[in-house]
Write a protein that binds this ligand. Structure first.
Ligand code: GDP
Length: 286
């Protein structure tokens, strides 16, 4: 697991500058978000930073999200010059749609070049996103199949290399990294719930209370089924207690061992024992 990045104003300014520098070389921006929290896993200044470059949004980790919600998010994000795809970078699902989507985004420009008798070069793409959304996993996947590194191009600093992805794409081998919007407490809780921020930076039990509160309202049946509960108590702490008791997370005197119960619930969530869960929905925005 990579070291958690500490974002201070100076680091944010530097990250923004670095991304802007990379964008100069790029035709299409591939923005990665976590399909479970597509808004909370975006950088708050992304539109301003990317400007009017053609953009492909990848809703990643669909294996862990609620499929119905992911489909709604896909529609939500699509618009003129903007496309969205559902992907699982770990298994590779959906990645074969990336090149055709980039081609579609560049179609008008390429048609114009062709009309002038110019053969368009490969489309240059940058992968962009906040930490832990799957940027390295995606780059490794795309690179493995197409290992040819094309080397330096004019205007590129020595360190940056291009990875050839099929005949159509040249991918910058280092992603653009931006910061999330964590000054909002709910955003922070969603980031922690999905593992985008290490739990150790958070109060472990608080994150689990957040998860239970959300699931109690949105996915009560999943809780009932997993923890063999007949009813879901209104009070979230009572629910926490009930799960702890059912699962034998007890310390002396019959008291609940909250650390143990929290760990168990988080493990169930991460290993999909509670099913695919989205912590943000389009309905909440509208
Ligand atoms: P980066 O910080 O954006 O480069 O993120 P990483 O590529 O390091 O991925 C962060 C974590 O998410 C790693 O543990 C990956 O294995 C995991 N991951 C990436 N893509 C997927 C996916 O589609 N599904 C699941 N379940 N995990 C993923």
């Amino acid at each position: 697991m990579s070291k958690p990045i500490q974002w201070y104003p100076g680091h944010m300014a530097k990250a923004k500058r670095e991304v802007r520098e990379k964008l100069k070389l790029i035709d299409v921006v591939i923005e990665l978000v976590d399909a479970r929290i597509p808004l909370s896993s975006r950088n708050p200044m992304i539109d301003e930073i990317v400007g009017d470059k053609p953009r492909l949004l990848l809703l990643n980790k669909i294996d862990m999200a609620d499929q119905t919600e992911t489909k709604r998010w896909k529609k939500f994000f699509e618009g003129p010059g903007k496309m969205a795809l559902e992907v699982d970078c770990q298994s590779g699902q959906g990645l074969n749609k990336i090149a055709p989507a980039c081609r579609e985004l560049m179609k008008e420009k390429h048609d114009k070049l062709k009309a002038k008798g110019v053969n368009p070069r490969a489309i240059r793409v940058l992968i962009l996103g906040i930490p832990n959304v799957g940027k390295s996993t995606l780059i490794n996947r795309l690179a493995k199949k197409n290992i040819a590194v094309t080397g330096d191009k004019p205007g590129v600093t020595k360190k940056q290399q291009w990875i050839k992805v099929g005949d159509e794409l040249d991918l910058l081998d280092t992603p653009g990294i931006l910061w999330p919007k964590f000054e909002d407490q709910d955003v922070g809780s969603r980031l922690a719930a999905t593992g985008a921020i290490k739990e150790t930076l958070f109060d472990f039990q608080e994150v689990v209370v957040f998860i239970l509160k959300y699931m109690k309202d949105r996915y009560p049946e999943r809780l009932k089924e997993r923890y063999k509960l007949e009813e879901i108590p209104d009070d979230v702490i009572e629910l926490f207690d009930e799960i702890g008791r059912k699962r034998g997370c007890l310390v002396g005197g019959g008291y609940i061992d909250y650390d143990k119960a929290a760990e168990l619930i988080l493990r169930d969530l991460r290993s999909l024992k509670l099913g695919g869960i989205s912590f943000e929905t389009v309905q909440d925005v509208n």
